[in-house]
Design a protein around this ligand. Structure first.
Ligand code: ZN
Length: 150
């Protein structure tokens, strides 16, 4: 699922770029459009369209677009049930974190920025929320890989 990556910066990160995300949207048949004001992003399943708010930072834009691509990938329709809605949101966040981040980049950016989440998120061009989602997923996964005792 990973798109092409582009090297960036002195610590050799290979960040996914906006053109990569736009190409991915085309591959899964999603139209991209913009709106002014209001929510950061929305996915309309009937027309397979993602709309993102104008004038966001690169961190917000990439994170929002990747999150909405998650809804498109899972073909989510608005959920009325609160529990189901929360689950859709978590899955879209995890999709975004997987799409935008990889283990080596997160590791080197965390070391470079002394484990400061805000600075690391800027370095990685994602929101702190997406970075935290990534770190939680990794923590859960590494727990499963721990050797069994006895
Ligand atoms: Zn969402």
């Amino acid at each position: 699922m990973r798109c092409g990556r582009k090297r960036k910066g002195e610590i050799g990160l290979t960040l996914i770029t906006c053109p990569n995300l736009h190409a991915y949207a085309r591959v899964i048949g999603v139209n991209l459009t913009r709106h002014t004001g209001g929510v950061k992003g929305k996915y309309i399943h009937a027309t397979r369209t993602i709309s993102t708010r104008r004038n966001m930072s690169i961190q917000q834009y990439k994170s929002t677009l990747a999150h909405e691509l998650g809804h498109a990938y899972y073909q989510d329709e608005p959920a009325i049930n609160g529990h189901f809605h929360a689950r859709q949101e978590r899955k879209a966040d995890e999709f975004a974190a997987n799409l935008l981040l990889d283990h080596d980049d997160v590791q080197s950016a965390m070391v470079w920025n002394n484990n400061h989440l805000g600075a690391t998120a800027i370095e990685l061009e994602v929101t702190v929320h997406i970075l935290k989602t990534w770190l939680n997923m990794e923590r859960k996964n590494s727990k499963h890989e721990l050797p069994r005792m006895g």
